[in-house]
Design a binder for this molecule. Structure first.
Ligand code: ADP
Length: 393
């Protein structure tokens, strides 16, 4: 606004005209300031507000009459008061503060993001007498930026999870291929021996012994193929349930006795109380319980396993508790993912399909599968099955 004119140097006519001009320009500038959507404020070197335009009134909620004569610190949040010391120190040295992005507080206590430009104001003698500041509301922009950052972070997490899933699947393919190859080798060998046995009957005993031994490999082969078929069915949402009236206690005892026969060295207890009946798919529930108990055996460190069933709030609640290696907190959500094996390569380690399919089976019955675990202490898996069918199948 440097329009100060030397009155001595001009004629009175001109002086009057330029005076008029000055007044017109001042009025124009004042109108511009007033109509601006930006907050335009001036203050003394001590931070006392000397002018406050309409933009500032709208932005901060204070009327000009309320704040003129008061400290600008009024709109500075308590944890940002040091910013004013910094701004004033620059102004006193004749320096500007340009597009400083910060936060200010409205009269109603809410916060807004602003971009601030503060410049020194010089008096007639050129000395700095105060500062003018222009604040622009950038709340919308900041919100947009935050949303974009959030979206980017979400996208990155999704991409990371996808990569992990792909890695898990590749590992699974490698393990599964290996598992499928073994029985084929055994089959090949058995056939060769049988051929020789045809020519040399003395070898037939040897061939038969090998054929018997191979049975184990074929069982594993068949179970892997079954599991793969299950995954394919469950993935396409075709996990059909064949409900029948089922005694859960009877089923639990039946499943547990299979494991007891297989692993007589492990103490497996079943506590069922009064019989619990419901309309469930026997084969699928058998499969789910088998998966959970086989994990308890696999990861239970040969320590006792406690299986219990009870009726609870309209649900059959089954718990399978082991005292084995346990699962660390970060691994807990992962164990239900397809092909996830927390301890791959561990003794008898599987394919990371069991818990995934178990959860699908339980959920198809309208139930839930939860786990509580502590590394070195053990794990408890809890299945809840509604006794009155409210299935999602
Ligand atoms: P797997 O066929 O590999 O056992 P699951 O889906 O049944 O696949 O289990 C996924 C992973 O969860 C296992 O590889 C194992 O690391 C962990 N896990 C499952 N049950 C238990 C348990 N009772 N104790 C400790 N870890 C377990």
């Amino acid at each position: 606004m440097g329009m100060i004119m030397g009155h001595d140097a001009v004629g009175s006519e001109f002086a009057r005209e330029s005076n008029d001009g000055q007044i017109a320009v001042r009025a124009l500038l004042s109108a511009i300031v007033d109509s601006s959507h930006d907050a335009i404020v001036s203050k003394t070197l001590d931070g006392i507000i000397t002018s406050w335009n309409g933009g500032a009134e709208a932005m901060f909620g204070y009327r000009a009459a309320e704040v003129i004569g008061k400290s600008i610190r009024l709109i500075i949040p308590s944890d940002r008061q040091a910013e004013e010391d910094y701004v004033l120190s620059r102004i006193r040295r004749g320096l500007r503060v340009d597009h400083f992005e910060t936060v200010r507080q409205r009269k109603d206590g809410s916060f807004l993001d602003i971009s601030l430009t503060v410049s020194p104001v010089r008096g007639a003698q050129g000395t700095i007498i105060g500062a003018s500041k222009i604040a622009r509301d950038i709340t919308e922009r900041k919100r947009f930026e935050r949303e974009r950052e959030q979206l980017l972070a979400q996208e990155q997490t999704a991409r990371m999870r996808l990569n992990e899933a792909l890695k898990a699947r590749d590992q699974f393919i490698a393990v599964a291929a290996h598992e499928l190859r073994n029985p084929l080798n055994v089959l090949h060998l058995t056939l060769q021996l049988l051929q020789r046995a045809c020519r040399d009957p003395q070898r037939s005993a040897q061939a038969l012994a090998l054929a018997e031994k191979s049975q184990l490999h074929f069982d594993r082969f068949a179970s892997l193929v079954d599991r793969l078929l299950d995954v394919a069915r469950a993935r396409s949402g075709n996990l059909d349930l064949y409900r029948e009236d089922l005694s859960l206690s009877g089923l639990l005892v039946e499943v547990a006795s299979r494991f007891k026969a297989e692993r007589p060295d492990i103490l497996i207890t079943v506590e069922t109380g009064p019989d619990i009946r419901g309309s469930w798919d026997k084969l699928r529930i058998d499969q789910a319980l088998t998966n959970l108990i086989s994990n308890a055996v696999k990861y239970g460190g040969d320590k006792p396993i406690a299986i219990a069933a009870a009726a609870d709030a309209g649900d059959a609640m089954i718990t399978i508790r082991d005292r084995g290696i346990g699962i660390s907190a970060p691994d807990l959500p992962r164990i239900f993912e397809l092909f996830e094996r927390v301890a791959p390569g561990s003794e008898g380690g599987g394919f990371g399909i069991g818990l995934w399919i178990t959860r699908r089976i339980v959920e198809a019955h309208g139930g839930t599968l939860r786990v509580e675990s502590e590394p070195g202490v053990g794990s408890t898996f809890t299945v809840r099955l509604p006794m009155n069918a409210r299935s999602t199948d």
